[in-house]
Design a protein around this ligand. Sequence first.
Ligand code: G6P
Length: 606
Amino acid sequence: MCGIIGYIGKKQQAKEVLLHGLHTLEYRGYDSAGMALWMQNQIQLIKAKGKVSVLADKVNDDAINSHIGIAHTRWATHGVPSEHNSHPHQNKRVTLVHNGIIENYHILKEELLQHGYTFTSETDSEIAAAYIDYCYTQTNSKLEALSKAYHELKGSFAFGILFDDDPSTIYAMRKQSPLVLGTSEDAQFLASDISAFLAYTNRYIILQHEEIAIIKEHQIEIIDLQQNVLPKEVIVSELDVQAIQKDGYDHFMLKEIHEEPQAVEKTIHSYMQDSIEELKESLSYLKDIDRIHIVACGSAMYAGMIAKSLIESQARIQTDCVCASEYRYQQPIYTKHTLAIFISQSGETADTLAALQMAKEEGCLTLGIVNVVGSSLAREADHVLYTKAGPEISVATTKAYCTQVALLSLVACYFAMKQNLLDANNISNINKDLKNISSTMESLIQQTSYRDLAKHLYEKEHIFFLGRGLDYALCMEGSLKLKEISYIHSEAYPAGELKHGTISLIEEGTPVIALATDMDLYEKTLSNIKEVKARGAYVILLISENLKEHVTNDACDDVIYVPETSKFLQGVLTIIPLQLLAYETACLRGCEIDQPRNLAKSVTVE
Ligand code: G6P
């Protein structure tokens, strides 16, 4: 979802830094791009519908002398993707880029129209530009104008702002939407995330709510809304530029799947070394919990479904898993000892953040499971556990999801131990499996020619996923992955439910991806699989290695064997073939894997 980059400094040309930043932010998802450069004593706008490369072609040679500018990739919310709706927006003396949504834009627009403002786009962002200009006229001070606008603009925003009477400064402020500031001796940056300027500096400052950044060539000053100067900590990022390169892989998604074993290992070892018993101490703040709500969006919610299944079956604590956009309006019921877990790769998903806010207002204990250090969710939850996936660039999540599942498995183990439902033997087996998990994952990535299997899928219009229990939770993620990147319609069904209607869609050759890795339920699942196979379905069966004798011709056409491991860890393994099948299918269809149409990596609007 919208990406912002801003630059001021003599060493590089602004257009180069901005285009590089926009390319790095492409992963967030966008449909148009634009930049504003100070050139020949005025601000010039360059905009393009479509890719950043189209914008790059439009930047003319005069731009080489520009050393200050702001730029944006837009994911349309108000108004179609088009040049006139793309950012930066300019209204009178103010030019800005905006990530977020101004919820009261129509009220402000009415007010501005009465004061003679006119508009050329359909966006809420242009209203913000005009409103800041209006405040500037009223106060005759840029900082007072920004402060007044901060109070009046409702919703969420991260702004990079230029004033046309101040060619040496970029201003920035944020409410909810992410914004970080990069700093070095002779150049300063602002961006939606640090990857956008990491090639130039790894030193950054997190801009907080109700703060304004005054960014000049040699320094960044942060003030509060009353114009008091605030001390600011400069953080040195451990991120490596290499981590955001494709490293010889055709796509980030494939690279990230290959990084899963390492990422899972790193995540697990951040919380325990030799035994899950160490969790008893490190997670001891989760005591007396009698009910759990798990709240998230997209794949993070599907990771939550696995946790729900594990916590309920293995720890016997009532657990609900709800998508964040519904949770807020469901009037959730809290006991005195409810724990609400919020899962998010980015830590910036608007619905998840809003749900967290609500749970906190209800006095509920909150735990964030987050990948991005210092993100809003990480800062706002009572406790946070970090997944160690590293930067994930592909819009369709793979390694972040895997690390979420791994970390949630540890949380489930903790609750099961707390409830005295794991004996010494269980604990020792889980420890053994945890030791081997990354090498087992690696072998599964290499095991099969997923491309050959995908050849049976890529020309189909509908694909079904079937499974029970944990397998059903995995089916939902597998189906989402396939839909997201290959655009093939697909549905995940509890294996026993299909015959209550949807089996009528199964005809000769309809692909069914069937999962039988949940050792408690595989027998019943196999019967359901035979029902669809008998009706002509083309079945690819994912089954535990130790169930080989059940793999018969009336059960499947192709088979993928998944190594058996503890129930707590099964999800981390079983998802790998599903991700690779989705990837190979999308490749065969010639899809744009890393940036699927209409999708955004980090959804910062509700
Ligand atoms: C978007 C992404 C999904 C992701 C979801 C939640 O829809 O495309 O891949 O699962 O947001 O994102 P989060 O950052 O909160 O995990």
